[in-house]
Design a protein around this ligand. Structure first.
Ligand SMILES: [Ca+2]
Length: 366
């Protein structure tokens, strides 16, 4: 009887060794024989390396919904990626019976259908179906940074995404006496943030005025950003040296009950220089009912016949984290693409990250 547990353990060990061997053999094969493709990275927050040398990454392709002409069963299917002349891949469809083009590859990921609330949200963003809008009451407290707590603006806190920037209350203002200043000598991504309770499945407009001085680098510059939101809503950024300029963005709260509002320096990259934010405003977008003879019921029917007849699919890539080689963490700042090797079966491995010019950054540990 004593021998049986030992036997079980031996079988398990042999199994594990075999599995690891198979796994590393297929990895090696992919690494040498697979076709090289690049997938654009999407910003993820917080980009903190404090927990060790692991970092979470996402790909821009995962943020897109692809409309498909008819309903397809996605079960076990692979995505079709189209490769441009530089090797950069975009998601163009789901595998079918047709042959692949020379510029297409299969890619094994998780294909997901659009969920109901997401579909409804897409519908609502169609401006044709809506009447004129008005903005609701101001939801931000201390958006002009005039109320102080210690030597900083009450209710607002600094948030590091990458690098090291400085934040302070500045005696530069568009209105009142103060604004928020973020400055960085070394390229950084930095926010001054506040959490605001919001209603689910509602549209909001976030705006602010920004002023900049010598803002440069690969990031968007001085902008507004809603963090911890699946859509990563961000405004356009202001770079260079500009006097007070208004920036704004619209976003839908979806399933979120809190909006993490960021006055963001950097954004989809890192920036240097100095910028000021003042008169940050968050207001709900309220649409007026379209006046007409149709009843609400009829209008609902029209809406159901429209965008609802379309089908959407999203590609999710299981590779979410990687381990940095020692002392290579700062190279992440110039990362723009994930460099994959893809086999004919659609199996793939993430080999490295690459910069804007597709040069490898050699930061991923084996
Ligand atoms: Ca102010």
């Amino acid at each position: 009887m004593k021998k049986i547990p030992e036997l079980i353990i031996s079988v398990l060990i042999i199994g594990i060794i075999f599995y690891v061997f198979q796994f590393s053999a297929s990895r090696d094969r992919l690494a040498t024989e697979g076709r090289e493709i690049f997938l654009e990275l999407a910003p993820v927050d917080p980009l903190s390396l404090l927990q060790g040398q692991y970092m979470r990454i996402e790909f821009a392709v995962e943020r897109e919904w692809l409309p498909l002409p008819q309903e397809i069963n996605y079960e076990g299917k692979r995505a079709v990626l189209k490769i441009d002349e530089r090797g950069i891949a975009t998601f163009v469809g789901v595998e079918g019976n047709n042959d692949l083009g020379p510029d297409q590859v299969l890619f094994r990921g998780h294909l997901r259908k659009m969920e109901d609330w997401e579909r409804r949200r897409e519908q609502r963003s169609d401006p044709v179906q809506r009447g004129p809008f008005k903005l609701g009451k101001e939801l931000l407290v201390n958006g002009s940074f005039e109320k102080l707590s210690g030597d900083f603006a009450a209710g607002w806190t600094g948030r590091s995404f990458r690098g090291a920037a400085q934040q302070k209350l500045a005696n530069v203002a568009r209105t009142g006496k103060y604004s928020i200043e973020i400055s960085a000598d070394k390229a950084s991504e930095w926010g001054v943030a506040m959490n605001v309770p919001i209603d689910m499945n509602s549209e909001y407009e976030l705006s602010a005025w920004v002023k900049t001085e010598n803002v440069g680098g690969g990031g968007r510059g001085a902008l507004l950003y809603v963090s911890d939101h699946p859509d990563q809503p961000g405004s356009n950024g202001v770079k260079g040296t500009q006097d007070w300029t208004q920036i704004k963005l619209r976003f839908n709260s979806g399933s979120q009950k809190v909006a993490s509002i960021n006055c963001l320096f950097g954004g989809w990259g890192v920036s240097t220089g100095k910028a000021w934010w003042d008169d940050v405003s968050l207001r709900k977008v309220e649409y007026e009912t379209i006046a007409g003879d149709e009843s609400e019921v009829t209008k609902g029917d029209v809406e159901r016949d429209g965008p609802l007849s379309e089908h959407y699919v999203k590609l999710e890539i299981p590779q979410r984290t990687f381990l940095f080689k020692e002392n290579t963490e700062d190279r992440y700042e110039s990362a723009k693409y994930g460099a994959f090797r893809v086999g004919e079966s659609g199996d793939h491995i993430l080999m490295d990250l690459a910069n804007e010019n597709l040069q490898k950054l050699t930061i991923i540990k084996e």
